[in-house]
Design a protein around this ligand. Sequence first.
Ligand code: NAP
Ligand code: GDD
Length: 327
Amino acid sequence: MKNKRKAIVTGITGQDGSYLAEFLLSQGYEVYGVMRRSSTQPFERIEHLIPRIHLVEADLLDQLSLIRILKTIKPREVYNLASQSFVPTSFTEPVLTGEVTALGVTRMLEAVRLVDPKIRFYQASSSEMYGLAPRSPQTLNTPFYPRSPYGIAKLYGHWMTVNYREGYKLFAVSGILFNHESPRRGIEFVTRKITDAVARIKLGLWDSVTLGNLHAKRDWGFAGDYVKAMWKMLQLKKPEDFIVATGESHSVEDFVKEAFLCAGLSWKKYVEIDPRFYRPAEVHTLCGDAAKARRILKWKPEVNFKGLVRLMVEADIERVSRQLRVS
Ligand code: NAP
Ligand code: GDD
């Protein structure tokens, strides 16, 4: 029997890790998901995948653990999705964010370089690196101006990836992904916070939701679409960086309106603003130009803005209703 291609995915317990694992399995890969030791099991998003994937313990804070898994698994591809990914936490825990989101990338690149420089490496870079961008849409030539410790850490990881590609000839690529969401998005991120609240309000559990800056604009796509672009980048003949985005930007207020509308509610009655959710430095507008991904990867988003909001609201209404039925 032909040997299956092996892929290691860090951040397997996160939103993207779960979608990427599903996609790699559908492509016939043997998937090794990296999880760190924790006192409670964070398997919510991958419970259904556990019989089909291998879970291995390692931590981006621990260099030797990364070397060990590469030596034992001998993967063809490594997808580095793990990070401290929540922007507000990066302001309260900037050093931890730097250790995981910035230096963690170097630890993984060093492991690849030392164990097997033929391994193909994907780095989960972010549109947060553009921050206070001088132009819109942002392209691969737009200067970076990160506005949070998270954005700065991601920029370091991005440049280390470029540097290891140029310096050591690794097949290392940086995917600059704009915001992507799903029913598996962490509840602290604004889209999921809104759709979860809409479900609770619709079902009579809550009577309001408190948000921060409604004027910020983001280029929101569907996570299930975006993980396919990650894989496509590692199948190319030569390593290159790409932007992955929809090219459409909407405000948080647009998202709120659309989400309440999906549930047949009018948003103004239910939304309160609290400056507690404002950030020390805000990224006002993000909108990505994914022309290169469309051209070379033959990638395009399948789910549009309204489709995404509906998908998330319906999933949250279904989930909260289920919880009510069992309680
Ligand atoms: P997420 O849901 O927050 O998942 C983050 C993952 O990183 C979790 O599995 C977490 O594990 C893991 N992790 C955290 N610290 C770790 C450590 N020290 N060692 C090993 N694993 C660790 O993030 P996501 O939305 O899936 O995003 C995936 C990646 O893409 C992240 O790097 C994020 O910064 C980046 N990104 C995301 C977006 C987006 O819009 N979603 C856009 C651009 C870039 P635990 O379960 O143990 O906490
Ligand atoms: N989280 C949150 N909570 N954000 C709020 C709220 C609120 O109550 N109210 C308004 N916002 C605004 C934030 O100020 C921000 O401008 C916008 O909503 C989006 O916030 P998040 O959903 O937390 O995401 P993010 O854009 O900061 O970061 C996400 O996208 C990046 C890619 O651009 C994360 O997934 C990052 O990991 C990712 O790199």
